[in-house]
Design a binder for this molecule. Structure first.
Ligand code: SAH
Length: 385
C-alpha cells in the first residue's frame, strides 16, 4: 500500500521560508519546561503544544501579538474584508434555509483580532432580520485577543467565553472558525523498528536542551490512528488530535440538539497520511518548534478526514472539505471583488491580488479547505458542489 506523505511542502500562509535562525531567545517558558521535564520526565507533543500556546502566563496566545503585519502570521480575514463578508453571508443563507429562527447565535471559534466577525456582521446588515435575531458569541482563550476583539466589536452586543462548552444552549448556533483547528494540540506516534508504535515526546538531550524522543513503551494501536495507516513502514510518524475530534463531537451534538450550521476553514489534508506537520512560525519565518517555546506560533495541518469522521459519528451531516478557492468562488468572491474595485478604483490591484492569494491554487486556494457541519439530513449548504 502506498502512503500519502504530509508536511513535505511547507507552503502555508505565504511565509518567507528561511532556515531556522541561529538565535537563543529569552523564553521564560523554556526554563519552566526544562525544570518540569528534568523533574517529571518527557511530556507528549500535545502537552508541549498546549503549554506553548496557552500556558496561563507565558503561552503564545497570552502574550504575543500573533496575527497581522506586526505579528507572526497573516490569515485570510486579514488579507481581505471579502473573506469575512462571504462567510457571514454563508451563515445568513443557512439561517434562511432553516426558516429564519427569531433567535440564534453567530459564534466564532478563535476570532484572533476580531476582523472576520466584524466583516461578517457588516455584510449581514444587508439582511436586517438575521442581524436582529442573532447575538455574536466569541470563543477566545486569550485575554489579550479578547481585548482587541471587544474594541473592534464595540456596540455589537457580543459576549465572550473561553470554552466551546459555554456556548448558550437555548437557540440555533451558526458557527464560523478560521484557523482555529490548526492551533489545537496534536499527538504524534512513530513506528519503531520493532514494528510497534511509540508516542513521540519532548525530553532533554545530553546537553540538557529540549529534544524529540520516543516513549519506549509500545502503544496499542486502537482508535488513536487511522486504521489504513496501521501498516506504515518503520520510522513513519502519524499525527492524531483528540482535541480536534472533541470539537467535532461537541459542535455536532449542539447542531443536532439546537439546529444551525458550522463552517471550519483551515489548512490541512483531506485524506490521512504519514509525515509530521508540526510547525513553528516566528515573525513570518519558519522556526524550529523546540527553539522558542511560548514565543513562536505552533500549528499542525488539520486532518479533515478524522474531523469529518468524528462529526459523522456524532450525528452531524458533513459537507466537504472543498478547497478554499473553489468554496469562495462558489460564494461569489469574483462578483464581490468587481463591486469593490468599482467603488475603490485606486486599489483595484490590491483587491485583485487578495483574490489571487485567497483562491489561487499556488497560494491558499487548495491547501486551505472548507468543511461544513449541519444537523442530520440537511440539504447541501452554499459553496459545496
Ligand atoms: N480566526 C482568526 C485567528 C486564528 S489564530 C483569524 O483567522 O485571523 C487562532 C485563534 O484561536 C486565536 O484567536 C487563539 O487565541 C484562539 N485559540 C487557540 N486555541 C484556543 C482554544 N483552545 N480555545 C479558544 N481559543 C483558542
Amino acid at each position: 500500500m502506498a502512503f500519502a506523505a504530509h508536511g513535505a511542502g511547507r507552503d502555508r500562509r505565504d511565509l518567507v521560508v528561511a532556515s531556522p535562525q541561529d538565535r537563543m531567545t529569552d523564553a521564560p517558558l523554556r526554563d519552566i519546561l526544562l525544570r518540569r521535564i528534568a523533574a517529571e520526565g518527557p511530556i507528549t507533543v500535545a502537552a508541549y503544544m498546549a503549554d506553548c500556546l496557552l500556558h496561563p502566563e507565558h503561552g503564545y496566545y497570552r502574550t504575543q501579538q500573533a496575527i497581522g503585519l506586526g505579528g507572526d502570521f497573516t490569515t485570510a480575514p486579514e488579507i481581505s474584508q471579502m473573506f469575512g463578508e462571504l462567510l457571514g453571508l454563508w451563515a445568513a443563507d443557512c439561517w434562511l434555509k432553516q426558516g429564519g429562527p427569531s433567535k440564534c447565535y453567530l459564534v466564532e471559534l478563535g476570532p484572533g483580532r476580531g476582523t472576520l466577525m466584524h466583516d461578517a456582521l457588516r455584510a449581514i446588515r444587508a439582511l436586517p432580520p438575521f442581524r436582529k435575531a442573532l447575538q455574536p458569541v466569541l470563543i477566545e482563550a486569550s485575554a489579550r485577543l479578547r481585548g482587541m476583539q471587544a474594541e473592534l466589536l464595540a456596540g455589537e452586543d457580543a459576549v465572550w467565553h473561553e470554552d466551546i462548552a459555554a456556548i448558550p444552549k437555548d437557540a440555533p448556533i451558526f458557527v464560523l472558525a478560521n484557523e482555529f483547528l490548526d492551533a489545537l494540540p496534536i499527538r504524534q506516534f512513530q513506528r519503531g523498528d520493532d514494528g510497534a508504535w511509540h508516542e513521540r515526546c519532548v525530553g532533554l538531550d545530553d546537553s540538557g536542551s529540549l529534544c524529540f524522543l520516543l516513549d519506549p513503551r509500545a502503544l496499542p494501536f486502537d482508535d488513536l490512528l487511522p486504521p489504513e495507516l496501521r501498516e506504515a513502514p518503520p520510522g513513519a510518524i502519524v499525527e492524531s488530535s483528540p482535541a480536534m475530534r472533541a470539537v467535532a463531537v461537541d459542535i455536532a451534538a449542539r447542531l443536532r440538539l439546537q439546529g444551525g450550521a458550522a463552517l471550519f476553514v483551515d489548512y490541512g489534508y483531506a485524506t490521512p497520511g504519514i509525515g509530521e506537520t508540526l510547525q513553528a512560525v516566528y515573525r513570518h519565518t519558519y522556526a524550529d518548534p523546540l527553539s522558542d517555546p511560548g514565543l513562536a506560533d505552533l500549528t499542525a495541518h488539520v486532518d479533515f478526514a478524522s474531523f469529518a469522521l468524528a462529526a459523522t459519528r456524532a450525528g452531524a451531516a458533513v459537507f466537504g472539505p472543498a478547497g478554499q478557492g473553489t468554496f469562495l468562488e462558489a460564494l461569489g468572491i469574483r462578483a464581490r471583488a468587481a463591486a469593490l474595485k468599482q467603488a475603490n478604483p485606486a486599489v483595484q490591484g490590491d483587491i485583485e491580488r487578495a483574490v489571487q492569494r485567497l483562491t489561487g491554487p499556488e497560494a491558499m486556494g487548495t491547501l486551505f479547505k472548507a468543511l461544513a457541519l449541519l444537523p442530520p439530513e440537511s440539504p447541501m449548504p452554499a459553496g459545496f458542489a
